[in-house]
Design a protein. Structure first.
Length: 278
């Protein structure tokens, strides 16, 4: 595969940034090398940005605002749009729904849910995936996933419920130390007032009922108090708005939650596992 075939596509927002940056640079009578010197980049990096060879980084976009924006706020305003374009394609329609959610009901049965991942955990997880992403793409995906965490402290508050399969807590990524830090972070999240975290034990199926056999599940309550289901698997995703189907998903989630350990027992299990992971 050629190098050009490996490039991440440049979206509409990033193209607007590149075109505007070039126009303002030329208007100011600056060469690419001169602008790069002001921003701490090489002339080649400025050329690559203007030629749209790859999406502009968040750091470079911030520097472009300082060097060319003249207080207009244009480039600053484009940062969120550019960041959204860097998200995995299957996640882009869901991301703005999550950002504005009133409530989230989450079940994760393979890895820690993205909202609850530490940076080291997500870096190990993303970097070990297939096809193997470039180092630049790893950084973009980590930055995008870390930005989602603003939801925890957003006002108005988002109420978040998460049920984690116990197997998730036993499946390390990166190293045992990375996993221990991840477990400690989960315990920290569990103590938040707007978070309810429960663990579905490995032996849940021995009790005669098991509602979690169909995989990950995300249900969102929107500011309009509608409910939407988001499903994601193997790089594909599905947003479901049909009320009958979403109602079934909520009922299934309620069953999963009822079959899980209660929040206090779940926190105790996470803390014990963190202590055992050295």
């Amino acid at each position: 595969m050629t190098r050009s075939e490996n490039r991440e596509p440049v979206g509409t927002a990033a193209r607007m940034v590149a075109v505007m940056a070039k126009k303002l640079r030329v208007r100011k009578g600056l060469t690419q090398e001169q602008l790069g010197s002001r921003m701490g980049y090489s002339g080649a990096a400025i050329s690559a940005m203007e030629r749209m060879l790859h999406p502009i980084s968040d750091e470079m976009l911030e520097n472009v605002e300082e060097a060319l924006g003249d207080g207009s706020g244009f480039f600053e305003g484009m940062r969120e749009l550019v960041r959204m374009e860097k998200l995995p394609e299957q996640f882009r329609d869901y991301a703005p729904i999550e950002q504005t959610a009133v409530s989230l009901w989450l079940y994760a049965n393979h890895v820690v849910h993205g909202l609850f991942q530490t940076e080291a955990y997500m870096r190990a997880l993303i970097g070990g995936g297939y096809p193997e992403p470039s180092a630049e793409r790893i950084e973009e995906l980590v930055a995008g996933r870390m930005a989602r965490k603003a939801l925890f402290d957003r006002k108005p508050t988002c109420e978040i419920e998460l049920v984690l399969d116990e197997s998730v807590l036993l499946r390390p990524f990166g190293s045992q130390e990375v996993m221990r830090a991840q477990l400690l972070y989960l315990a920290e999240c569990a103590r938040r007032k707007n978070v309810n975290l429960q663990v579905l034990p490995l032996d849940a199926g021995l009790r005669g009922e098991y509602a979690a056999d169909r995989g990950n599940l995300t249900v969102v309550e929107t500011p309009q108090h509608d409910r939407v289901t988001f499903l994601e698997i193997q790089g594909e995703s599905l947003l479901i708005t049909d009320r009958t189907k979403v109602s079934t998903h909520m009922q299934r989630y309620a069953k999963i939650r009822a079959q899980a350990l209660d929040p206090r027992e779940s926190l105790g299990l996470i803390e014990r596992l963190a202590g055992a992971t050295r």
